[in-house]
Design a protein around this ligand. Sequence first.
Ligand code: ADP
Length: 649
Amino acid sequence: MAVPPSGQQSFPEARAYLAAIIDSSDDAIISKDLRGNITSWNRAAERIFGYSAGEIIGHSISILIPAERGAEEPEILRRITAGERIDHFETVRVRKDGRNVPVSVTISPIRDASGAIVGASKVARDISERLQAAEHIHTERERLRVTLTSIGDAVIVTDAQGLVTFLNPVAEALTGWKQDRAEGQPLDLVFRIVTETTRRPGENPALRALREGVVVGLANHTILIARDGSERAIDDSAAPIRGNAGEVLGVILVFRDVTKIREWERSLAQLAAIVESSDDAIVGKDLTGRIMSWNKGAERIFGYSAQEVIGRSISIIIPPERLDEEPRILDRLKKGERVDHFETVRVAKDGRKIELSLTISPIKDSEGNVIGASKIARDITESKRAINALQQAQQALAEHARNLEDKVAERTAALREMVHDLETFSYSISHDLRAPLRAMQGFGDILAEDYARELSPQAAEYVRRIGQSAARMDKLIQDVLDYSRIARTELDIKAVEVEPLLRGIVECYPMLQPMRAQIKIEGPFPPVLGNEAGLTQCFSNLLGNAVKFVKPGVPPEVRVWAEPHNDHVRLVFQDNGIGIQKESQGKIFRIFERLSSDYEGTGIGLAIVKKAVEKMGGSVAIHSEPGKGSQFWLELRRAARQDNRRRNN
Ligand code: ADP
C-alpha cells in the first residue's frame, strides 16, 4: 500500500503517488483532449475495455463507442467544452473483442493552470454485474408475478402498511376488485370477511401476519363479502414477506372459494346424521364381507357397538345354518345387482334370533366399480308376530262367523217350521171350531124360530145374543182362517185387471152400495202383477175400513185411483174417515191390533192386506191425519203389456 502524500513530498513523488491511486482504482479512468483523443488510460480501463494503454493512447475515444451511439460523443464534448460535468451517465461501450460493456460514466472537464478547458477526464464503471443483478431481480419479479397470476388460488399482496399492492385474477374475481382500483387501498376494504356463525367481522389473517410477523393458518368458516355484496365461504392463510434483515415488508394472503366444499360437507354431515338417526340398521361392508360402518340402529338391533364390529366379518351376525346366504348375496352385489326386501334371520350379540328384512345395494367408486355394499336391515320380528296374531284372529273370526251363520240358518229353519206349525195349528183349530159353532148357530136359529112362542121375551133376547155372539165368533174364525191361508200358501202371481175386480166388490157388499156410501172408482188402472183372490181380500178390507171408520152421521166418501210409478203401480184408497194418529200408523198392520172398540172389527183385516201384498212382491203404506181422512196405498209391480194383450184377446 502506498504511503499517503505529505507536504514534504517532491513533485515526482506526488505524481507517482497519484498515478498509483489511479492505477489501483476499480473504475476505468481515462482522459482525452478536446478533439476526443485519448491522453491517459489506467489499468482498470485496460481490464474493462481490453486495450492496453500503449495500444490506445493517442487514438480517438470513438473507437469505444458503438455505431448506434455515435451521436453521444459530440454531445458530451459540447457539454464539457461548455464547462459542464456529466454525472452517472449510463451507456454502452465496445470492448476490443467487440463485446458491448454497459458502463456508468462521470465526465468532468480538465482545466489548465489558467482555467481553460483542455480536455476531459472520464471515470467509467463497468455496470454489467449490477445490470445483470437488476435484470435478475426483474425476471424473478416477473416470474413471481406470472406465478401468482396463474395460480388457482386467490392471492393478495400488501405492503408493510397493509395497503394492497397486488391482486391476482382469482382474487379479482372473488373480491370484485380490479388490480388498478385495489392498489393502494387498505386490505380491510378489499378483503372483507365475516365469521360464518356470528356474522361479525373476523380477525383479518393478513393484518395479524403483518402485525405479529407469523404465518396465520386457516381460519374456519370465513365468509368473504365481495364488492357487490355477494358472499362466499373461503379458506385463507397469510404469510409475512420478509426483507434480508428479517424485517416485514408486507404480507401475502392466499385464499380459495370453498362454498362447494362447504355444501358437500353439509350434505355429507346431513347424510351421516340420517344414517345415524335411522331406526333401521345401516351397515357398510367391503366385498370380502368385512364390516366398514355400523350405525346406531345396527347397535340397537344387533347389540354390538360400532367399535366392537368394525373390521370384523359380517358373518358374526349370520346364524350358522344361513352362512351360505352371504356368498350368494356378495355374488349378486359384485354384478352390481341390488337385493330388495330379502327376509331372513340374523343373530344378536346375546344369541337372540332376529327376523329381518334386508335391502342390500352395491357401493361403487367414482369409476363405477363395485367396492362394497350397504345393507339396510329392518327388524320385522314384531311385525311378523303382529301379522301372525292378526292372521290367527282373522281365522278365528271367520270360523266364528261361519258358526254363527250356521246357527242363524238352523234357528231360522226351526223358527220357520215353528211358524208353519203354528199356522197349520191355528188353521186346523179354527176349522175345527166352526163345526160346533155351526151347531150352536143352527140350534139357536131353531130355538128362535120353532120355539118363539114358548120362549119368554127374556129367553128370546138371550137366544138372540147367543146368535149374535156366534156370528161374531164366526167372523173371527173366518178372518183367522183367511189370514193363515194367505200366510201358508204360495200365491199364484199373474197379470190382474184391477178395475173389474174393484167394481165386482162394490157391487157385492151391501155397505158399499150408493145408499150407504159414495164410492168413486177413478180409472184408468194399469194391469198389475198379483193374485186375484188375494187382491179381492185386500180391496174388500180397505174399502170396508174406508166406509166403516167414519164419524157417526157422516156419509162415507171413498175415492180409488191408480198412480203409475215406473215399473210399479200405486193403487190409492182415500176416505173421509176419522183418520189415524201418526204414532198408531205403524201398528195397525199387525194382527189383532185395533185402535178403538167403538167400531166393530177383529183387527185382522190390515194384517191380511200386508201379508197378501208382500206375497205378491208389493208393499203397503198409509198417509193419514186424524179428522182429515186417510190414504192407504198398495204398490204392486206393473204387468207387462203382452200379458195385457193376451187377456184382452
Ligand atoms: P178391523 O177393521 O177389523 O178393526 P183392521 O186390521 O182392518 O181391523 O184395522 C185395524 C185398525 O186400524 C182398526 O181397528 C182401526 O182402528 C184402524 N183403521 C183401519 N182402517 C182405517 C180407516 N180407513 N180409517 C181409520 N182407521 C182405520
